[in-house]
Design a protein around this ligand. Structure first.
Ligand code: GRF
Length: 191
């Protein structure tokens, strides 16, 4: 059973985190969420994690951020790290300690519409401005650059005529929940 740490951001709802946790609890994934790491206690995802009975660690960015994260990973015997709504770059020491074991989800079909500052509503606005006929979600390995690691799995959905960024975001979010669980399964099965 693979031990997963999920890292959320300060504003994330935590819906991807909850999707992964439910897939673990139902046996859809041979894995266990051993901690949800949030930057503070007030992140909306914290309440969701607690409602799901998950351990929550509040680790604020700042001095020795990498070392403090590694201490939590060590204590929880984390084997795989899943970013879900986490908007920063991870400290290098974490990436060095977990080579090929850090995943992220991006709400578009990378390499399109990724990179620094491309998150949330901005991604969906860019898709609509580009006139793309489809969007979707990508799960990729995390590197020291934003949204640049190899893609593990992508799933697309149509962009509909008259879509607002919110309408597209909702359609993509449903895809995110499916593709993240499938990508984790793929990584776990590959060993
Ligand atoms: C998702 O759209 C994810 O792709 C992005 O941040 C959002 C987080 O949503 N990285 P949630 O907190 O998982 O509901």
């Amino acid at each position: 059973m693979t031990r997963i740490a999920i890292m959320v951001g300060p504003k994330g709802r935590g819906s991807n985190m909850a999707g992964i946790a439910r897939a673990c609890a139902s046996g859809k994934l041979d894995a266990k969420v051993v901690t949800v790491i949030a930057p503070n206690d007030t992140a909306p995802a914290v309440q969701t994690a607690e409602d799901l009975g998950l351990r929550v660690d509040s680790v604020a960015p700042g001095d020795l951020y990498g070392a403090r994260l590694l201490a939590v990973f060590e204590e929880t015997k984390t084997e795989l790290i899943c970013l879900a709504g986490f908007l920063r770059l991870l400290p290098t020491e974490v990436l060095t300690e977990y080579p090929g074991r850090v995943l992220n989800i991006h709400p578009a079909l990378l390499p399109k519409h990724g990179g620094k500052g491309m998150y949330g509503r901005r991604v969906h606005e860019a898709v609509l401005e580009a006139g793309d006929l489809e969007s979707g979600a990508s799960v990729h390995y995390v590197t020291e650059h934003y949204d640049e690691g190899d893609v593990i799995l992508q799933k697309s959905c149509p962009v509909e005529k008259g879509d607002t960024p919110e309408m597209l975001a909702a359609r993509v979010l449903a895809v995110e929940h499916e593709v993240y669980v499938e990508a984790i399964r793929k990584v776990i099965c590959a060993g």
